[in-house]
Design a protein around this ligand. Structure first.
Ligand code: ADP
Ligand code: NI
Length: 202
């Protein structure tokens, strides 16, 4: 019961924070990362509760998304304390949230942190990953693609980052899903480039 009311409180809080995000970091990104964090934790023998909560909150305090990242993280942790989460669990959630992001370039210390990072990376690849990439690109006035190789476009982002993610996955269970999503992106890019190039063929 405590857990159900905690999740409802977190969901309401995240709706407030992320409902209007147009960059691929909306409420449903948090929901998917929480879902996969819990599922992966169950398969990998980690703590599903810690992973799920850290999954929900993993982007709270991201420097790209918050003007005052430290204040945002503290507010989220205060919310957990007010809901009666044990101090020890809060610390674990804090650790798992701390260095999840690929862009921060760190490898999490705990299995729970690795799992949340895997869940976040899964959401950056596959069909949803493709959609998020173009959403991010549009929100940042970035072109879809360009004839000049190496231009900073959304298609270029696949080569710079997304096609590398499946090799960076930590856990066996996430790896299986990542490989399917990776192949989907490879097929998508092949078709995209075919449709792009066909106009240059006459
Ligand atoms: P994280 O927040 O997980 O550290 P990012 O913010 O780099 O990672 O990526 C989050 C989402 O934004 C991903 O779906 C990613 O594809 C997209 N994204 C990040 N940078 C770019 C970019 N330069 N062009 C297009 N999409 C991007
Ligand atoms: Ni994220």
């Amino acid at each position: 019961m405590l857990k159900e009311s905690l999740i409802t409180t977190i969901e309401n809080y995240l709706h407030e924070l992320f409902d209007h995000d147009p960059t691929g970091h909306d409420y449903y990104h948090m929901k998917r990362v929480a879902h996969w964090s819990k599922v992966l934790a169950e398969k990998e023998g980690a703590d599903p509760f810690i992973c799920e909560i850290a999954g929900w909150l993993h982007d709270v305090g991201d420097a790209k998304l918050f003007q005052d990242p430290a204040q945002a993280s503290e507010q989220a942790l205060r919310l957990l304390s007010k809901q009666g989460i044990l101090e020890q669990d809060c610390q674990q959630i804090k650790m798992a949230m701390a260095d999840v992001s690929f862009s921060k370039g760190r490898t999490p210390q705990t299995l729970e942190g690795k799992i949340v990072q895997d869940a976040d990376r899964l959401d950056a690849i596959g069909a949803i990953g493709i959609a998020r990439t173009f959403a991010f690109g549009g929100a940042h006035s970035q072109l879809i693609h360009h004839d000049e190789q190496g231009s900073s476009t959304s298609i270029q982002h696949f080569y710079d980052k997304l096609l590398k993610l499946s090799d960076l996955i930590h856990t066996k269970s996430a790896k299986e899903e990542a490989q399917i999503r990776h192949q989907y992106m490879v097929d998508y890019l092949q078709r995209f480039l075919y449709e792009w190039e066909v106009v240059n063929e006459q």
